[in-house]
Design a binder for this molecule. Structure first.
Ligand code: NAD
Length: 428
């Protein structure tokens, strides 16, 4: 057991190094892709409701934009670190490349606890963030989006600030906007649905019908809820979900052995994806410790909460029945756990493929925003399905052809595409 604190950027670099060796990348390309191209650190003064000014710390990291403008969410999180943002920016580069959309990789963050901020204070934070970075982001430079604890409302405040500064309407500046204000139908569902498009394809390859499978989901936020929604629509049963409990400052699992009722649980959860423990218990759910999700007797695990969830320490607890892990969250599996999964022949659909539905739909939103013409939901979700399915099939074929794990195969495809774009531009 290692006592060293988890560092997402070191993990992202370790994953990169492994594939850089496999691909035999030359030194300049290796040096270029191992680090972000640019990063910005700034202070965000915000006037609080009590009249005082509080200064928050914000970041934007642009990992690589050789294939197109940077793209990536903004997280509001009390434990945000620059290394987490760097890792997530790097993963965005690979994510956009694996689904073959013409965008690069970026990420932003603010160290804050939104649970303790009023709406007005959060608006101030969003506007302050844009004021600090407005010259270095934009529809043809770097396009932000919502992520952990940020929503369409936050994006709209950011867009509004950007448009005041740049004196014009630039709906392509940011994605994840509310529908009717430049947002795309289907964006809310996109990441969770995308996870399930990849699960559906993986089950097809395994010769298993979705209706014969049972899943457990870590998290009950945006990604988790829509993954559960579509998975149930294709016939699957979810028996257990978990979430963070703000009051107790610890996570819990909620289990119903014959299957959870999504609408019922949504009815007792807050906007942060926290389920009310007492109300869930009153509805007949077993309330279990937060780490119980990993040892459930299911066919599919969907980590859809946060990074560093499946580690060398707990991977051994995964039930023998589990055949598939679909990574809804970013970076949920450490390299040590990956090794264990590989030995146990558990197929892991890697995060930057499984959860690429969000960025793919963001790209579709940006296309619609730039042409100021918006498609019906079916059209958006149909395009999303085609793009996600093609990406899954390409990765799966590469994995078979080169006898690689799905993660390494996805990395081979993405890194080769980004390396080629850098070469073609004369950067490496
Ligand atoms: P969210 O804020 O809507 O939900 C997060 C959920 O995780 C909540 O239910 C929360 O209670 C739960 N959680 C937090 N800590 C936990 C813990 N220790 N144990 C169990 N549950 C815990 O966030 P989201 O948008 O659903 O994102 C979830 C993950 O998916 C993140 O890793 C994010 O980076 C990734 N992701 C999100 C999108 C998107 O479009 N929203 C796209 C790609 C990747």
């Amino acid at each position: 057991m290692s006592s060293k604190p988890f560092n997402a950027f070191e993990m992202a670099q370790a994953q990169f190094d492994k594939v850089a060796d496999l691909l035999g990348l030359d030194q300049p390309t290796n040096d270029l892709l191992r680090q972000p191209l640019r990063e910005y650190h700034f202070s965000l003064p915000v006037r609080m409701d009590d009249g005082t000014i509080k200064v928050f710390r914000g970041f934007r990291v642009q990992h690589n934009d050789a294939r197109g403008p940077g793209k990536g969410g903004i997280r509001f999180h009390p434990q945000e670190t620059i290394d987490t943002v760097r890792a997530l920016a790097m993963w965005m580069t690979w994510k956009c490349a694996v689904v073959n959309i013409p965008l690069g990789g970026s990420k932003g963050g603010v160290i804050c606890e939104p649970h303790n901020l009023s709406q007005r204070e959060q608006e101030g934070l969003c506007r302050a963030w844009v004021r600090q970075i407005s010259r270095d982001v934009g529809p043809v430079v770097d396009v932000p989006a919502p992520d952990v604890m940020t929503s369409g409302q936050h994006m709209l405040w950011m867009l509004d600030e950007y448009e005041w500064i740049h004196r014009g309407k630039y709906p392509g500046f940011i994605t994840g906007k509310p529908v009717g204000m430049g947002g795309s139908l289907g964006r809310t569902e996109a990441t969770g649905y995308g996870v399930v498009f990849t699960i559906r394809e993986a089950l097809k390859e395994m010769g298993i019908r979705p209706q014969d499978t049972v899943a457990c989901v870590q998290g009950f936020g945006n990604v988790a809820q829509y993954a559960i929604e579509l998975y149930r629509q294709i016939g699957g049963t979810v028996t257990c979900v978990s979430c963070w409990n703000q009051e107790d400052q610890q996570p819990y699992c909620f289990r119903k052995k014959d299957g959870i009722d999504l609408d019922e649980l949504r009815g007792v959860s807050d906007r942060f994806g926290g389920i009310d423990k007492n109300k869930a218990a009153a509805l007949g759910y077993e309330v279990l410790p937060g780490d119980a999700w990993i040892e459930q007797e299911v066919d599919i695990l969907i980590p859809a909460a946060l990074e560093n969830s499946i580690t060398g320490d707990n991977a051994g607890l995964i039930s023998k029945r589990v055949k598939l892990i679909a990574e809804g969250a970013n970076g949920p599996t450490t390299p040590a756990a990956d090794h264990i999964l590989h030995e146990r022949r558990i197929v892991a659909i890697p995060d930057f493929l499984a959860n690429a539905g969000g960025v793919t739909c963001s790209y579709l939103e940006q296309v619609q925003s730039n042409m100021n013409y918006f498609w019906e939901k079916d059209e958006v979700l149909g395009k999303l399905d085609v793009m996600m399915t093609s990406a899954y099939i390409a990765v799966s074929e590469m994995a078979r052809k080169r006898k690689l794990s799905m993660r390494d195969a996805a990395y081979v495809i993405s890194i080769a595409r980004v390396a080629q774009a850098c070469k073609d531009r004369g950067w490496a």
